[in-house]
Design a protein around this ligand. Structure first.
Ligand code: FMN
Length: 320
């Protein structure tokens, strides 16, 4: 059945799209722990998809059963390229398309991509309209509170809704905040009162209690950095929001309890990317997983040189 943001189970719990993090192995690992979580790809260039760039097309690979509903996040500034790229994404079997209008990176913003679109509301609407015209699957937008003020949020988002956006996720920071300060969810609650599509809040959720405290009148929460080293946060949040019961699974686990699951993450990465690349890319995850016990620093340093899954397993099993 076709995925729909309106009909999907609420509250929505989503893993934030994160470049360099939410590749197929991370998404699948999170889905194994928390099947209710909605996952997104890293942001992919509509220009690259339009021109058939092989590397970008490969980043769209996913496991249709495990990752459903699978959302591909894209960025770009050329409505014509959205038309072709969105068709390719729909044909690849994605359940939805999310348009990035929030990335603050200089190289993205300088080409009028990402959060630069907040200052180009007409172009932002044209892009949503082009995506909607191209496909039948839902089209959502992820954006920030504003460029350097927050009072533009409601009009900007109403424009996106009019252009056909099926859902919005809002990171509670402005472009100019980048990742500094605390996320402000108040303007997101105000926005929800003004639009008729699902609104998901995002920013600084580090525990199930944070999710319960922040969800307010929103349709769901989206979590990024809180999952680093703590993928168990996602099932905890689903449980807290849907069953009204706060858990902190990670606080009940010894490092030895975590090892089989860390290895499962490694195994998924090896299966998808091959051992050499997978073990190289697992390094960033090892540094998040391996902390909080005597000898963690030494173990992290050793794991940085590992090129084989078997050697990582041996090193990780030395911690009791
Ligand atoms: C390493 C990293 C990569 C990110 N890449 C993307 C991206 O590709 N697309 C996007 O919309 N946001 C991206 N973000 C922003 C996150 O999706 C999210 O909005 C932000 O981290 C705030 O949520 P959090 O406090 O739960 O991490 C990225 C964030 C991080 C830390």
């Amino acid at each position: 059945m076709q995925f729909s943001w309106k009909d999907t189970a609420k509250p929505i719990v989503a893993l934030a799209p994160m470049a360099g993090v939410t590749d197929a192995s991370y998404r699948q690992f999170i889905k194994l722990l928390s099947p209710e979580t909605i996952v997104y790809t890293e942001f992919l260039s509509t220009d690259a998809i339009h021109f058939g760039a092989k590397k970008t097309l490969k980043m769209m690979s996913f496991d249709p059963e495990l990752e459903h509903p699978f959302i591909v996040q894209v960025f770009g500034a050329e409505p014509e390229h959205f038309l072709t790229a969105c068709k390719v994404i729909e044909q690849a079997g994605a359940a939805g398309i999310d348009i990035n209008m929030g990335c603050p990176a200089a190289r993205v913003v300088s080409s009028c991509h990402g959060s630069a679109l907040i200052r180009e509301p007409k172009l932002a609407q044209d892009i949503v309209a082009a995506a909607k015209k191209a496909v039948k699957i839902p089209v959502s937008v992820k954006t920030r509170l504003g460029w350097d003020r927050v009072d533009t949020l409601i009009n900007f988002c109403k424009g996106l809704e009019e252009a056909g956006a099926d859902a919005l996720s809002i990171h509670g920071r402005r472009y100019c905040d980048k990742f500094t300060g605390k996320a402000d969810w108040t303007p997101i609650y105000e926005l929800k009162k003004e639009v008729n599509i699902p609104v998901i809040g995002n920013g600084d959720i580090m525990s199930a209690q944070d999710a319960v405290d922040r969800i307010g009148n929103l349709d769901g929460v989206m979590v990024g950095r809180g999952t680093f080293g703590n993928p168990w946060l996602m099932p905890d949040i689903v449980h807290a929001l849907r069953n009204k019961n706060i858990l902190s699974t990670v606080s009940t686990m010894t490092f030895a309890d975590k090892v089989p699951q860390i290895l499962q993450h490694c195994e998924l990465a090896v299966r998808i990317k091959g051992e050499e690349r997978a073990m190289l890319e697992m390094r960033r995850h090892f540094s998040s997983y391996v902390k909080g016990f005597d000898g963690a620093k030494e173990l992290r340093v050793k794991l940085l040189t590992v090129t084989k899954l078997e050697d990582a397993a041996k090193l990780l099993s030395t911690v009791s």
